[in-house]
Design a protein around this ligand. Structure first.
Ligand code: ACO
Length: 151
């Protein structure tokens, strides 16, 4: 399995991570405007209250005490397949200066292992075609296409 470079540590998202550039890190992925600490904390608390559903993880650079990578596992509860669980991997982002060092792969490994430990029968994700090769290297396969309708 992938090992992180020295000085980097993977842990669950913490209630104080608003102050460690969590939103600036997510802006690597998509629009992630500063919603302010109060709104950030309210969203964090909602995720915690939905016990066993949201598993956000981060990689922290201990020298700067800033977040450099993140990803979330969401556990979906189903009626099918004997009331099965499905793991969804969402919102993977590695800060631009830290890409290509194995951080993304480590996050996918950890979220996939967590999904299996929780008991999901499969783990799935949506991605841009340009990231397909990255996910193939993480052990995922292309199972078709994604559709969306934006509001
Ligand atoms: N195309 C081909 N290969 C790639 C790519 C790519 N776009 N990105 C990484 N790889 C390869 C690496 O070369 C490496 O190969 P190796 O094991 O043979 O050396 C392997 O995949 C692992 O690469 P990492 O260093 O772990 O990749 P990184 O830490 O840069 O993370 C990621 C990849 C997440 C795509 C990162 O570049 C990123 O944050 N990009 C911007 C945001 C983004 O697109 N996020 C993913 C959205 S999809 C989702 O969230 C479900």
């Amino acid at each position: 399995s992938a090992t992180l470079p020295p000085g980097l540590h993977l842990r669950p998202l913490a209630s104080t991570d608003y102050h460690r550039s969590h939103l600036a890190l997510l802006a690597t992925l998509t629009q992630a405007p500063d919603i302010g600490e109060e709104s950030w904390t309210a969203r964090f608390d909602e995720m915690v209250a939905l016990k066993g559903s949201y598993y956000p993880v981060v990689v922290v650079d201990s020298s700067s005490d800033q977040l450099v990578a993140t990803g979330t596992l969401l556990i979906e509860r189903k009626f099918i397949r004997g009331a099965a669980l499905t793991g969804h991997i969402e919102d993977i982002a590695v800060s631009s200066s830290m890409q290509g060092k194995g951080l993304g792969k480590k996050i996918i490994e950890v979220l996939t292992a967590l999904s299996e430990i929780v008991g999901a029968y499969k783990t799935i994700l949506d991605c841009d075609p340009k990231n397909e090769a990255f996910y193939v290297k993480c052990g995922y396969e292309n199972k078709g296409f994604e559709m969306a309708r934006y509001t």
